[in-house]
Design a protein around this ligand. Structure first.
Ligand code: SF4
Length: 233
């Protein structure tokens, strides 16, 4: 579910949603992408769509082409929570992914829901460069931890993971920081000249994926390695 057009987080990986919207002429440029438009009749649309589609829906993901808990936009967070409440009341589970702060009110919604953050580094300088409008890693992690401590299911997306020519870092430290979560998703950086320019990027991602799998197996955490992250060298 994408109830907002644009995203003030302005990720520079680049953001796939931005590239797609720009290609199809829905967004003019990066600056207009940074100004989000909330679909103000989201709840009315859900009232129409839920009865029609309920039996076909396994779960609803918020969001694929924007961020449901966008930093600095409380009206977007409020709408996301209201929409999730409506979906949960119809027996539909929700999964969220954000680079903002997960509100603690989410703990009052269905226990079936799953709450996730993206975390590709612990280095704030890198975060400012790649995710300039997003929440800091420390605050993002603390909000996720608070939901975990309140009994919610939590997960982490370590994607798009950078190659060493983008930042030198220890993947194990990131894994340790999210070891309390229920599921870890790991994926390479796509659509990036810099990642592809790293001479041994295939080998690098194969080693990282093995590290994630081993860590998750040792800690009893579910995991998923995104397609094309593990490849033949
Ligand atoms: S948070 Fe997601 S939708 Fe927003 S700019 Fe970053 S990658 Fe794109």
């Amino acid at each position: 579910m994408n109830h907002v057009q644009g995203c003030a987080h302005g990720c520079k990986y680049p953001c796939y949603a931005f590239l797609l919207k720009k290609r199809f002429g829905q967004i003019k440029d990066y600056d207009s992408w940074l100004e989000p438009y909330l679909v103000s009749n989201t709840l009315e649309l859900l009232d129409k769509e839920i009865p029609r589609l309920r039996d076909k829906i396994q779960s609803v993901q918020l969001c694929f082409t924007t961020d449901p808990f966008m930093q600095g936009y409380p009206e977007i967070s409020a709408m996301s929570i209201a929409a999730m409440r409506k979906l949960n009341e119809a027996g539909i589970k929700c999964t969220t992914l954000t680079k903002g702060l997960l509100p603690i009110e989410l703990a009052q919604l269905s226990p079936e829901n799953e709450y996730g953050i993206t975390l590709i580094s612990l280095d704030e300088t890198y975060r400012e460069k790649m995710e300039p409008g997003a929440a800091s890693y420390t605050e993002r992690l603390a909000a996720l931890r608070a939901l975990h401590d309140a009994g919610c299911r939590t997960w982490v997306s370590i994607e798009p993971y950078p190659t060493p020519n983008m930042i030198e870092q220890d993947l194990n430290k990131i894994l340790e920081a999210v070891a309390f979560t229920d599921r870890i998703i790991f994926g390479r950086t796509n659509y990036s000249k810099m990642a592809n320019a790293y001479r041994r990027h295939k080998h690098f991602y194969n080693v990282c994926a093995t590290e994630v799998i081993t860590f998750c197996q040792e800690h009893g955490i579910d995991y998923h390695i995104k397609e094309k992250t593990i490849t033949e060298e």
